[in-house]
Design a protein around this ligand. Structure first.
Ligand code: LLP
Length: 462
């Protein structure tokens, strides 16, 4: 369904200084603006109208911001890396047919980690040649699906190789294989989302690299096309990525010296975004330039021919494109302690605050520039005291029925959502050029009963 939203005369940009070249440095989508009545719109659609039409909670995704981040990666790679390159969208950040189709149209590839993400990618139109399958415990079925469709498999451990060897008699052609290893690089981010340090469940230990490369030397069912490492997520420092280039170039040198014509070097993702005003992530251009220059100089130092440079951004591609709309319901004032505003979603549509103590920025859809004169805590509707989306945040006085907009929710919200308390998942709309299109239907309470089975002996007696 396409809803047309009249463009409003007098629309003005929400933020005076907006970094359109690097949307991950903005708090709001690039198209966020105020209409003539001072209400917030994104993609030319007034947010409170979207809330009324589609209900709340509602995920809103701005097409221009998403296309902008895709282009920023593509152009920065072309500008700063003299060899071939490709950015792969880490679809764990937000996997849907619509996002896949947009990312594919922008010329990116995609990283999937399960049969679900893989099927979404293939059905969303992502060419198999541009997809890689990750995972530290891939099932036989997931590996078979990837091999059959011509998707590159990133082997994470010996078990992947054993399973592939078992499946190999059914392969029409050798499977394209990359090897993931733990680079032993520390970075400053939440410990749950650090992956590069040695004590990690992901990838071959660097000490095993020699053995696995030798084992693959006379393997006829696989072609080793690349090496992969990923150091973590929501990273603001650039140095760990410089260090990574050296570690990966050493691995590339080893692989090539053992006769593997490895062409691809995949440095993972990890670039952070701005969730609150005090966050100061590097731009996409600065991140890509750092990575590209480090890979070029590490290869030159070792006399290596330049590989194709792959990277796997997730958060920095989609987070800022997304906002979530909630309806404010009850208000509880505890004198001298705290004022709670409860919204109609919470940890089931955004589990990041309760999981990582993540901070967010919120606005009122229809009074985004009113003075934020109150300190309130925005709580979700789940039966959990920790179900708080924003703690002690500043907002204009808000009442029941106001629409709250939480910014930068495009990554790791929908994809990490749950049905806790049997709350249905929100709908999602894509906005752009004053049009809104439904891209994910709202789940209904009845949908949640679909997989329940009531044994006949327990059925209620009529
Ligand atoms: N490649 C690999 C192999 C990954 O494991 C990840 C993220 C990425 C790429 C993308 O990283 P990004 O560019 O998004 O930082 N749920 C957490 C984030 C977990 C990241 C997992 N891996 C959060 O909400 O902060």
């Amino acid at each position: 369904m396409v809803i047309s939203c009249e463009p409003r005369v007098g629309s003005q940009p929400l933020e005076a200084a907006r970094d359109t070249a690097s949307p991950n440095r903005n708090l709001a989508p690039v198209t966020a603006s105020l209409d003539s009545e001072g209400r917030l719109e994104v993609g030319g659609c007034r947010l409170s109208d979207l809330a009324r039409t589609y209900g709340t909670p509602l995920y809103v995704l701005d097409e221009a911001t998403l296309r902008g981040t895709c282009r920023a990666y593509r152009e920065a790679l072309q500008q700063h890396y003299p060899g071939p390159s490709l950015a792969l969208y880490a679809s764990k950040a937000n996997s849907s047919l619509a996002i896949t189709a947009l990312v594919a149209a922008e010329g990116l590839g995609l990283d999937a980690v399960s049969a679900g993400e893989l099927l979404t990618a293939l059905q969303g139109g992502m060419p198999a040649a541009r997809i890689v399958l990750h995972g530290n415990n891939k099932s036989r079925e997931e590996l078979a699906l990837a091999a059959e469709r011509g998707v590159t498999v990133v082997a994470d451990n010996w078990r992947d190789l054993e399973l592939l060897a078992e499946l190999a008699p059914g392969f029409r052609e050798p499977v394209r294989l990359m090897l993931r290893f733990t680079p032993g690089i520390e970075c400053h981010t939440h410990e749950y989302i650090r992956t590069g340090h040695l004590d990690s469940k992901f990838g071959f230990d660097p000490d095993q690299l020699d053995a696995v490369l030798r084992q693959l030397q006379d393997c006829r069912w696989a072609r080793l096309t690349g090496l992969h490492a990923h150091i973590g997520s929501q990273i603001f420092e650039l140095q760990p990525h410089r260090d990574l280039a050296g570690v990966m170039a050493d691995a590339l040198q080893l692989a090539r010296s053992l006769g593997h014509p490895v062409a691809d070097l995949n440095v993972g993702g990890g670039l952070g975004i701005r969730y609150v005003a005090s966050d100061d992530p590097p731009s996409i251009d600065a991140w890509v330039r750092t990575v590209a220059e480090a890979v070029v100089s590490a290869c030159r130092e070792r006399g290596l021919e330049l590989p194709r440079l792959l990277c796997e951004p997730g958060r920095s591609l989609v987070a800022t494109a997304g906002v979530t709309l909630y309806a404010i319901g009850s208000r509880k004032e505890i004198p001298g302690i705290r004022t709670y505003l409860s919204v109609d979603g919470g940890m089931s549509d955004n589990p990041r605050p309760i999981t990582y103590q993540s901070q967010y920025t919120a606005l009122l859809a229809d009074r985004p520039t009113a003075e934020a004169s109150e300190t309130v805590t925005v709580a979700g509707k789940h039966c959990e005291s920790g179900d708080v989306l924003l703690k002690d945040t500043q907002l204009p006085p808000a009442t029941c029925g106001d629409v709250l907009v939480v910014l930068a929710t495009g990554a790791y919200n929908a994809s990490m959502g749950s049905n806790y308390n049997r709350i249905p998942r929100p709908a999602a709309v894509l906005v752009g050029e004053a049009q809104a299109e439904l891209v994910q239907r709202r789940e209904q309470p009845e949908d949640l009963l679909r997989y329940d089975v009531l044994p006949a002996r327990l059925a209620p007696v009529a």
